[in-house]
Ligand binder design. Sequence first.
Ligand code: PFF
Ligand code: NA
Length: 448
Amino acid sequence: MSEVVERWGSRRAFIIAVTGAAVGLGNIWRFPWMTGENGGAAFLLLYVVFLALLGLPVMVAEIMIGRAGRRTPMQALTFLARDAGRSRHWGLLGLFCGITLFFILSFYSVVSGWSIEYLVEALSGNFASRSPEEIGGAFDAFLASPGLVLLNHSIFLLLTMSVVALGVGGGLERLNNLLMPLLYLLLILLVGYAVTTSGFTTALAWLFKPDLSAVTLVAVFNAMGHAFFTLAVGAGALMAYGAYMPDDQSLPRAVVTVAILDVAVALLAGIAIFSIVFSQGMDPASGPGLMFVTLPIAFADLPGGALWLGCFFVLLLLATWTSSINLAEPMVAMLGSTGMARPLAALIIGVGVWLMGLPSALSFSIWSDVHLFHDMTLFDLATTLPIDIMLPIGGLLIAVFAVWVVDAPRAMAAIGAGERFYQVWRAVVRWVSIPLLLVVLLGFFLMK
Ligand code: PFF
Ligand code: NA
């Protein structure tokens, strides 16, 4: 397990790679869904607080570990722990992260599959002449057809695992870098449209005027999980990227840049989607279908809408493709480090993820009657377990490792922002992030 010597070609390249992992379904699909279900602005407020107190400090911790170890996550953790005279069992944290990635990719692929279906339907003009009611009904009908949902899940997973198997993620990243500004532009265009709808002012109030009575325990967990999920923190994926970070780059500056972009994309999507929700008199708490129902309605209203909607789903798919490659890559690397050939490792992980995706894929059809803990559907369970529970636990352990296991001089050098910043960061992680995580996680387990 020797040190990696490759580096990203530039500081920008590192930021672009991390942005590729961060911006995805979390921003455009899950953020509006969660905000709608948890009382709007109150959720947004909680989410921003968690981003600042947990997401960002732990993101610095996670990338720092990768950069200090300059190895794949499991090896970096083992190496740093051994070097500091601590237990080499810390390597198991890498394994836990791998399991989290496995669960996340399983539903991520299913939902990306929904986007493939919507791309095809948009381009065939299926939404153009339809009423909002029909568009909503079409989504439910699609989810109720297991064959179609599984087909799209399979296609997306195949696309993801082929790139990982062939090791051509770099090429895709450059394409992504070229096209992502277009996604941002399209979202801005959508917001421009949203301003003209009757629901715009209601949407702004809903998003930015917090009603503190909407702060429930569930909203707190969802906001905490989402802060990790949207930044791609807590599952070792960014640790893997940190190993290739150039030596002279400031980690905090890179992290803040990515976070601002990530929040901006989520807010643009939220403003557009909730304007449509309120101008159509829909329920903001419409669940995971919210994006898939509102955006076709908006585009159907615009000249050349079918084409715009098609463009939107192409760009969304590109964003989710890079995120899912980032989810799959560390798992394949981990399995590959046992000496297994990369394509075989990718095949095994791919088959496993496909099977693990079945509960999410079939949750709205043949398994729609299954309800577990607190009346959750299989889909709720498949998203809540990795996002709201496993990511925060991973984040907690990563934070503990970063401030108590890694040698201080080594950690300070790997952050690369001077001693003063290091001291403040370490104090925040020790006295704010870790206690906060413990309290909220404890609350979660006590609620059961
Ligand atoms: N950050 C991604 C999103 O918002 O869609 C999801 C994600 C990617 C989470 C990679 C975790 C990860 F390792
Ligand atoms: Na995100």
